[in-house]
Design a protein around this ligand. Sequence first.
Ligand SMILES: NC(=O)c1ccc[n+]([C@@H]2O[C@H](COP(=O)([O-])OP(=O)(O)OC[C@H]3O[C@@H](n4cnc5c(N)ncnc54)[C@H](OP(=O)(O)O)[C@@H]3O)[C@@H](O)[C@H]2O)c1
Length: 249
Amino acid sequence: MTNNLTGRVAVITGASSGIGAATARQLARGGAKVALLGRRKDRIEELAAEIGGDALAMVADVGDQQSVRDAAATVRAAFGPVDLVVANAGVMLAAPFESALTDEWDQMVGTNINGLLYTGRAFIDDLLAAASAGKQADLVLVGSIGGHTVFPNYAVYTATKAAVAHLTRNLRAEFGPRGVRVKNIEPGFVGTELGAGMRDEQQRAGLEQWRTQIEILEPGDIADAVAYAVSAPKRVNVAELIVVPTHQG
Ligand SMILES: NC(=O)c1ccc[n+]([C@@H]2O[C@H](COP(=O)([O-])OP(=O)(O)OC[C@H]3O[C@@H](n4cnc5c(N)ncnc54)[C@H](OP(=O)(O)O)[C@@H]3O)[C@@H](O)[C@H]2O)c1
């Protein structure tokens, strides 16, 4: 699928792997300039080289507000004002509530909630300016089907994603009337590195097993959904998009 994104300047957080990397490739294919944010320098530099001249690799930690602000300044200097932000960086660390290592909770809240807030804040003036100039302006927040369903041992992760869903609705109410399309893309199971860092071995093995039980999505399937949503005419906000493997139900 290709969508016309010529002239757009996009920022993708968590572009070093999985859904973020696929989305960066897809938006670039559509003609957007893409700024790739992530902590793993080698990965984002590799991807920027693969995409070519209209890609910029920037090391940033979305849980650190100054780091995101610095990255925003670098993107503007290189590409000009931004009109498309995909706040995708996230972590999923499952464990029983009573034995969880609570620094994993902090990491999930810091990345999946604070990271989205800091990312949105760092670019909102650009998005408002783009909208005022009559252009499409998109803030895409990547949530999860987990924000609507219950999974034992995933309470904190799913709570962060429920927060993303409600944050999206409220930001939509705040910015829709000013022309900025805030949207929530909510994937089901996708084959990525998500969860690879969880320290509870039983949960990690359980996740790997779940992923083999049905035909799960590829990162490009979610990238297609993002590209579709941000390419819609200015009057259309594809505000909430759940994309799950067919057999996930
Ligand atoms: N895979 C699924 O089944 C699934 C389902 C529903 C929702 N999602 C959501 O989709 C999003 C992308 O996940 P994924 O599946 O593509 O997993 P992934 O391959 O693990 O990608 C996660 C990305 O987030 C980045 N990241 C994590 N912490 C960061 C931080 N503090 N600062 C900057 N970047 C950070 C990682 O890059 P660095 O480590 O290089 O920083 C990586 O690029 C997440 O929000 C996830 O919750 C995924």
